[in-house]
Design a protein around this ligand. Structure first.
Ligand SMILES: NC(=O)c1ccc[n+]([C@@H]2O[C@H](COP(=O)([O-])OP(=O)(O)OC[C@H]3O[C@@H](n4cnc5c(N)ncnc54)[C@H](OP(=O)(O)O)[C@@H]3O)[C@@H](O)[C@H]2O)c1
Length: 309
């Protein structure tokens, strides 16, 4: 099959189109013919070797941990899926990804593709939407009527987080550059702060939750806008011990745990029109280096997707 592989960690030039064997299907695996694969910042972070302290992959490695496609074959113990089923998934980080014509995924990570969206749209959802769900609901304990600041609302996780938070009945303020203000308002943001001209920490206060998608000084300043007993949830870095000591707030830092059952629930929200995929750019598989360059810029709007089939 055709796949994008890396033989060495490093720059975008390491991404090579190659012919590799179709993966072997284990008893609990679903073999998916990939129609589209999502691109996420974790892809180029892994490509650069930045996550080697967590997982040291045997090389060559296929990147890409978001996929939508059609089930081609199932393992003998698989009960939920059959050849021909349209599905979407956030494959396991520990295995090869989906920048390829086929990917194998444990059936517990797979969900039926919502019928009202395309494969490209479906490939844009799993990783970012599951992260938004885990951040807001499981770690952030967000409830109706609460006030939440979602940083980087125009990015992959942000576009899902804004929509989920509004569906949960929260009041949402988000940060973005001027060119994306109307874009995030259309997704449901109640208030938008242009981070290039205004310091968010001087405009808002007494929030229940901050969802930190940026880290660094943005995370530091976020402590100032929380009410006592509020929560800061980060997906980028844990706050320093000093900040935790100084502020009477709850802290979470987590790495997404993919889960097909949660994806099934998100898929239902998509079918009910409560959540819509937001695809910013689509590239052919052969333009993967360009797709990574856009993601690495830190200014992609919505999600980036590779069209594979
Ligand atoms: N721990 C986990 O499990 C997990 C899961 C998913 C993602 N992540 C991490 O979370 C981060 C965000 O992921 P993502 O997929 O949302 O990234 P992304 O799609 O690349 O985010 C790009 C967005 O960030 C916005 N942005 C950049 N600088 C900003 C600033 N100073 N203030 C406000 N917005 C700013 C940009 O908006 P403008 O163009 O308007 O500036 C752009 O729309 C990444 O570091 C990723 O690796 C972690």
């Amino acid at each position: 099959m055709r796949a994008i592989i890396i033989n060495h960690y490093g720059s975008r030039e390491q991404l090579k189109l190659a012919e590799v064997p179709v993966p072997v299907v284990g008893p609990l695996d679903v073999l998916i013919e990939v129609h589209a694969a999502g691109v996420n910042p974790v892809d180029w972070k892994i490509r650069e070797g930045r996550l080697r302290h967590r997982i040291d992959y045997p090389l060559p490695l296929i990147l890409g941990w978001d996929a939508a496609g059609v089930v081609k074959e199932v393992g003998r113990q698989v009960t939920q899926f059959h050849p021909g089923d349209p599905v979407f998934t956030r494959p396991a980080t520990e295995r090869n990804g989906a920048y390829a014509e086929y990917v194998v995924v444990d059936e517990s990570l797979v969900a039926p593709k919502p019928g009202n969206i395309t494969f490209v749209e479906a490939a844009s959802v799993p990783l970012a939407a599951l992260t938004a769900w885990e951040g807001l609901v499981e770690h952030g304990k967000l409830r109706s009527g609460q006030r939440v600041l979602i940083h980087a609302g125009a990015g992959g996780v942000g576009v899902h987080a804004i929509q989920l938070a509004k569906n949960l009945g929260a009041w949402v303020v988000t940060t973005t550059s001027a060119g994306n203000v109307n874009f995030v308002k259309d997704l449901g943001a109640d208030e938008v702060i242009d981070y290039q001209t205004e310091n968010f920490a001087l405009r808002i206060r007494d929030l229940d939750l901050v969802f930190d998608l940026l880290g660094g000084s943005v995370q530091e300043n976020s402590f100032r806008v929380l009410k006592p007993g509020g929560r800061l949830v980060s997906i980028v870095q844990p706050p320093s011990a000093e900040l935790i000591e100084e502020h009477p707030v709850e802290i979470s830092y987590f790495f997404l745990q993919p889960d097909g059952k949660k994806l099934i629930r998100l898929g239902k929200w998509i079918e009910q029109g409560k959540l819509r995929p937001v695809v910013g750019r689509v590239f052919p598989l052969s333009s993967v280096q360009e797709a990574h360059a856009l993601s690495e810029s830190g200014h992609a709007r919505g999600k980036i997707v590779l069209a594979v089939k």
